[in-house]
Ligand binder design. Structure first.
Ligand code: CP
Length: 307
């Protein structure tokens, strides 16, 4: 029997994604009913990059589902020395499911190829599916629907933008991308073509008009986490700040708007978003961050056949 993974949303239908979201909301409202759902099962969590939310939420999810999670830091395990496919084949003979935050999508694909247990993409250069699921759950909870909701993404077109676009269009949302720049490592013409064919995708640089028509305004960091503090990236960081500052979410831009405000965190206050907008009554950023836990529980239950 073939193993199902969640590397991105390519092989997941809109109906399947909606089932995961409905399960996430059900589990969130009935947490005690799932305390033994993953009894004696173990999640292996590989981190090649830094994380607060992804690490904590997956680890807590396994605890609250009656299972266990093992944190595997790339640099302090033999992942740093050996070939990934061999380390993964060993891991899959011990743990029941794997989650990996690695540098590239090709590494996630290699893991899935060699793993006999499900592999979840915990964010790479191209995709961040568990973030997007938590985002869709949060919108569903606040708006009561996803179909027809206009999500305006403002920032650099990156891995998060790809997953919002890939999943959101399958769920019937409208995705308006205000993205003056694309992270070259996240570039995926096939994904953009599919979004165009859905008729639910628009690209514009008219941020004022886009925000005026938005149900949700979403932003993300302008610089990937692995480069943010890297002195070698300083010139590129400054170039991006100069280019992107007109696209900051701030009180002036959002004056009169009733759109919900989202950010996947970590936040770089004063760059992509102002403190006033983070704290505004329309901000659902911390509901969104909390839902990583609930959405990931639904993914774990689904991939392990306990849904
Ligand atoms: N949004 C997100 O993935 O957060 P972390 O990088 O802290 O895991």
């Amino acid at each position: 029997m073939s193993v199902r993974h969640m590397m991105n949303f390519k092989d997941w239908s809109g109906q399947e994604l909606r089932q995961i979201l409905d399960l996430a909301i059900k589990v969130k409202g009935n947490q005690k009913d799932y305390w033994q759902a993953l009894d004696h099962l173990t999640l292996g969590m590989i981190f090649q990059k830094t994380s607060t939310r992804t690490r904590v939420s997956f680890e807590v999810a396994m605890t609250q589902l009656g299972g266990h999670a093992i944190y595997l830091d790339w640099r302090s395990t033999n992942l740093v020395l050996a070939e990934l496919k061999d380390e993964v084949r060993f891991l899959a003979r011990n743990v029941d499911i794997l989650m990996a935050r690695v540098l590239t999508f090709e590494q996630v694909q290699e893991m899935a190829e060699y793993s006999r247990v499900p592999v979840i993409n915990g964010c790479d250069n191209c995709y961040h599916p568990t973030q997007a699921l938590a985002d869709f759950q949060t919108i569903l909870e606040h708006k009561g629907r996803l179909e027809g909701i206009n999500l305006v993404y403002v920032g650099i077109h990156n891995n998060v933008a790809n997953s919002l676009l890939e999943g959101g269009t399958k769920l019937g949302m409208k995705l308006t991308m205000v993205t003056p720049e694309v992270n070259q490592a996240s570039l995926n013409p096939e994904l953009i073509k599919a979004a165009e064919q859905s008729g639910l995708y628009e690209h514009t640089l008219d941020i004022k008009a886009a925000v005026a028509d938005a149900d949700v305004v979403y932003t993300d960091a302008w610089i990937d986490m692995e480069f943010f503090l890297d002195p070698k990236f300083a010139d590129e960081k400054q170039r991006r700040i100069d280019k992107m500052i007109p696209y900051q979410l701030n009180e002036e831009l959002l004056k009169g708007s009733k759109a919900l405000i989202m950010h996947d965190m970590p936040i770089h206050t004063g760059y992509e978003i102002s403190r006033g907008v983070i704290e505004s009554p329309y901000s659902i950023i911390f509901d969104q961050a909390e839902n990583r836990l609930h959405a990931e529980k639904a993914v774990l239950l689904t991939l392990l056949g306990r849904n």
